[in-house]
Design a protein around this ligand. Sequence first.
Ligand SMILES: [Zn+2]
Ligand SMILES: [Zn+2]
Length: 207
Amino acid sequence: MERIYQATVGALRSNSYLLVDGGSSEAIIIDAGDEPHKILAMLKPGFKVRRIVATHGHFDHVLAVDDLREALGVEFLIHREDQAVLDILPESTLRILGVSLKPPKPDAYIEDGDIIQVGGLALKVIHTPGHSPGSSCLLTGRTLFSGDTLFAGSIGRTDIPLADPERIVESIKAKLYTLPDDTVVYPGHGLQTTIGSEKRTNPFVRA
Ligand SMILES: [Zn+2]
Ligand SMILES: [Zn+2]
């Protein structure tokens, strides 16, 4: 069985998740947006963090990566198409935070259909472009980490560089609304929801 811990971090209050395989205590950090001490505080004795993966490259999901990578000695993974988003991070942080910051360098890239093994858990990569070109959701069993693609009652912004308003709707309809209704969604911001609830009530994308 999996266990999920959550920390809300940074100026944009993004969610950082720790997914732990109950059997082996192996773990993965999903999004590391800021405030690395808050993310590290989710770790319990015996947890073995193997990787950090980002749902996408916006600064509010990756600013703690370098500190955590150094503290934990693990690899950082992200979809290849969001390298372009990381590349413009110095400008986006200057514009929004008033200070130009350096993006973390990925150790490896993930792609649609990849399986990231976390002990006995298989975490599947679902490429859901739109909010950013490399935006990806991560699925294990009936648990989905949706990044900034799908929120409770909303969807990710597309009025930003490299975003595409038509692709995000296509991605949600074809790749997320086709999951079982009782799939629990852990988004990049805000509260958790389910696929069934969003299909019935999300005003931005109707099933
Ligand atoms: Zn984002
Ligand atoms: Zn975000």
